[in-house]
Structures are given as structure tokens and as C-alpha cells.
Design a protein around this ligand. Structure first.
Ligand SMILES: Nc1nc2c(ncn2[C@@H]2O[C@H](COP(=O)(O)OP(=O)(O)OP(=O)(O)O)[C@@H](O)[C@H]2O)c(=O)[nH]1
Ligand SMILES: [Mg+2]
Length: 355
């Protein structure tokens, strides 16, 4: 017993000494040099990677410039049109009648981007209030999928329709544009120079991922917490969280990332907090018995991802570093990004033999 006790104390002393040395090295690095790191944002479609990319830009610059904000006007208006089209087509399929049929037909027929004008804005606003459309909304996620922020944008449609409209930061963060190209940018946050790479997460986009796999310091793997009750856009027989778990497992086991820190962002916490009150996590994990209790559900999901990583607790040198995030919340993201950067730097010092 005594012997074990002494051994444990020795281990603790070594761990403490190593940790203190790393702290000193971090302080030294912080004072002396910029620290370059390559961060790859991975995860399935709609998990929040591009939103995070925009937030990192915002953390660096503190605001988006006017030209950038303006570039979002057509995208936001197109989000409104495309989502109304889905609502109208779904109402037809569900046999739910719409009052404003004529304008509805015009929206359903649009193939290309609509030229935005007052008539379109008023028509969309009236359609949104149509009792048929409101009824169809009740079937969201069960019979069809809509962008997460579409309710927010429809509620703001008067502001968005104004000829003087300039999107806010929140509008930009909430806009949905599916990534179909790899986007790469350098950011400076404190004394870190981050080379951040954002890729498309839908299945058809993942073949491009391998081109970014070399010399990655860290992966930030994004998962939408709401995926537990949603299916994929690409294949509506597959649950989103199951897809995320499989993908995460492949990434953690990949020989490309043996020296990379694996940071997990359990994202869309704001939506999850609401959803978990209504939909039990057991719809995705039948063995889950924690009920509709937020804390139980988060812990359970986190455990599933740690287990999928294959990193054995106390046996493996590798860890998953999980964070619960809301990518729309700049303060939250600034906090977790800085914590993640600290983790990445500590791991790099360990891997490259400084400690
Ligand atoms: N409410 C809420 N919405 C979020 C959050 N994170 C992202 N979104 C929204 O979710 C949608 C999808 O986010 P994206 O950042 O485009 O997702 P992505 O992972 O880049 O998707 P792909 O490019 O298809 O791989 C956008 O409309 C975002 O505004 C979040 O934490 N909360
Ligand atoms: Mg994207």
C-alpha cells in the first residue's frame, strides 16, 4: 500500500514538473514569437464549420467590413426564397392547402435566383404568415429539412427587404451557404498565426479533404448537437449524429493525424437546449436512460464521441478535447478558441519533444 502510495506521489511530482515546464515554455513562447499552427475544420454538412471560420475572422478583426456585409444581401434573400420553396413543395406533398396559391406557384417555379423587389418581399412575408405554411412548419425535421435560421430571417423580413438594408454580424453568421470549395485563410489571434482551412462537409465534398491533410497541428471537428433527431440531406435514411460519430472515428484513427490535437466542438448548443426538452436522446441512442435532461444528454453524447475516437482513457497518450459551443455566439467562440489554442500549443510542445 505504502509502496503504491510513494509511486503515485512520484508520478504526480513528475506530472506537476512537466506541467510547470510546459507553462514556462508557453509563457516564453507567448513573449518571444508568433506561434504558427495549421487548423483543419472538419465535420459533416451543416455542423457549423463555416460559421466558425467567420467567427475566427470576427475575433481577429472585431467587425466585418461593409463590402463583406453587403455581399451577404443576395445570399440572405436567396435563403428566404429557397426555404419558402421547400415549404411550399412540402405542403403539397403533405396535402396542406395554401391560401396564396398564385404567388406560391411563382416561387415553386423559380429555377434561378429571383430578382428581389417589393412584390417578392411582400409575397414572401404573406406566405410566411399563411396558416398552411405555419401548419407545414410543424413537420420540419420529420418530413423535410429547413435551414436552422430560417425562422429568424422570416421574422426579420421587413428589415431585410429595405432598400437600405445592411446585414448585421448576426445575419452573416446565420446565413447558410453550403461549402463546395476548400477555403483557407491566415488569422492572427494574440500571438498565434492560424492557418485555418474550412472544407465542405456533405458526403460529395469529402473526397477533397485529403488534399488538406498534411502537417495539420489540430483538427476542430464540429458536430451539430441537434443531429440526434435529424437525418442527412444526402441520405434521409441516415441519422446525422450517427454519421458524425462514424466520421469522427475515421478521423481519429487516421494515420494522417497521429500528431494532431483532436478538438471536438459539440455545436448548436442553443438549439439543443430547446430540442432536448421535447425529443428524448433515446431516439438516436436507444440505450440512453437519462431522460430529457440537458446535462445527462450532453455527458452521454460526449462519452459516445470519446469512445468513437478509440483513445483509451489513461492508456493512450492521445485525448479528445471536447467543448460545448454555440457558433453564433462570438463571446463563447472567442473563449473556446483561445482555450483550444492553448491545448494545441501544449500538445505540440509534447509531441515535438520539448517535454
Ligand atoms: N442556432 C445555431 N445555428 C448555427 C450554429 N452553428 C451554425 N449554425 C447555422 O447552421 C447553418 C449551417 O452552418 P455552416 O457553418 O454553414 O455549416 P458547415 O459545417 O460549414 O456546412 P457545410 O459547408 O455544408 O459543410 C448556418 O445557417 C449557421 O448559421 C449554432 O451554434 N447555433
Ligand atoms: Mg461550410
Amino acid at each position: 500500500m505504502g509502496c503504491f502510495q510513494t509511486k503515485k506521489n512520484d508520478d504526480q511530482k513528475v506530472a506537476l514538473r512537466t506541467s510547470n515546464n510546459i507553462d514556462k515554455e508557453l509563457d516564453k513562447n507567448k513573449k518571444e514569437q508568433d506561434y504558427e499552427t495549421k487548423i483543419l475544420l472538419l465535420g459533416p454538412g451543416e455542423s457549423g464549420k463555416s460559421t466558425l471560420f467567420k467567427q475566427i475572422q470576427l475575433i481577429q478583426d472585431r467587425e466585418f467590413d461593409e463590402e463583406y456585409l453587403q455581399s451577404y444581401i443576395p445570399l440572405i434573400r436567396q435563403n428566404l426564397v429557397s426555404q419558402m420553396k421547400i415549404l411550399l413543395e412540402s405542403s403539397d406533398r403533405l396535402g396542406i392547402p395554401i391560401q396564396k396559391q398564385e404567388f406560391g406557384n411563382l416561387i415553386k417555379k423559380t429555377k434561378k435566383r429571383l430578382l428581389w423587389n417589393e412584390e417578392i418581399a411582400t409575397g414572401l412575408s404573406e406566405l410566411w404568415q399563411d396558416s398552411g405554411i405555419q401548419k407545414s412548419l410543424e413537420f420540419k425535421d420529420k418530413k423535410f429539412h429547413l435551414y436552422d435560421s430560417i425562422e429568424y430571417f422570416f421574422e426579420e423580413i421587413d428589415r431585410i427587404s429595405s432598400e437600405f438594408y445592411l446585414p448585421t454580424n448576426e445575419d452573416v453568421l446565420r446565413t447558410r451557404v453550403k461549402s463546395i470549395a476548400v477555403e483557407e485563410a491566415k488569422f492572427k489571434i494574440e500571438n498565434f498565426v492560424l492557418n485555418v482551412i474550412d472544407v465542405g462537409g456533405q458526403r460529395s465534398e469529402r473526397r477533397k479533404w485529403i488534399h488538406c491533410f498534411e502537417e495539420v497541428s489540430a483538427i476542430i471537428f464540429c458536430v451539430s448537437l441537434t443531429g440526434y433527431h435529424q437525418t442527412l440531406i444526402e441520405d434521409n435514411s441516415v441519422n446525422r449524429m450517427e454519421e458524425a460519430l462514424n466520421l469522427f472515428s475515421d478521423i481519429c484513427k487516421s494515420p494522417w493525424f497521429l500528431n494532431s490535437s483532436i478538438i471536438l466542438f459539440l455545436n448548436k448548443n442553443d438549439l439543443f437546449e430547446e430540442d432536448i426538452k421535447k425529443i428524448d436522446l433515446s431516439v438516436c441512442f436507444p440505450e440512453y436512460k437519462g431522460g430529457k435532461v440537458y446535462e445527462n444528454a450532453i455527458v452521454y453524447i460526449q462519452e459516445q464521441f470519446i469512445s468513437a475516437s478509440g483513445f483509451k482513457k489513461n492508456l493512450s497518450k492521445r485525448n479528445v478535447y471536447p467543448f460545448v459551443t454555440c457558433a453564433l455566439n462570438t463571446e463563447n467562440i472567442e473563449f473556446v478558441i483561445k482555450a483550444a489554442l492553448d491545448t494545441i500549443m501544449r500538445n505540440n510542445l509534447k509531441y515535438y519533444g520539448i517535454y
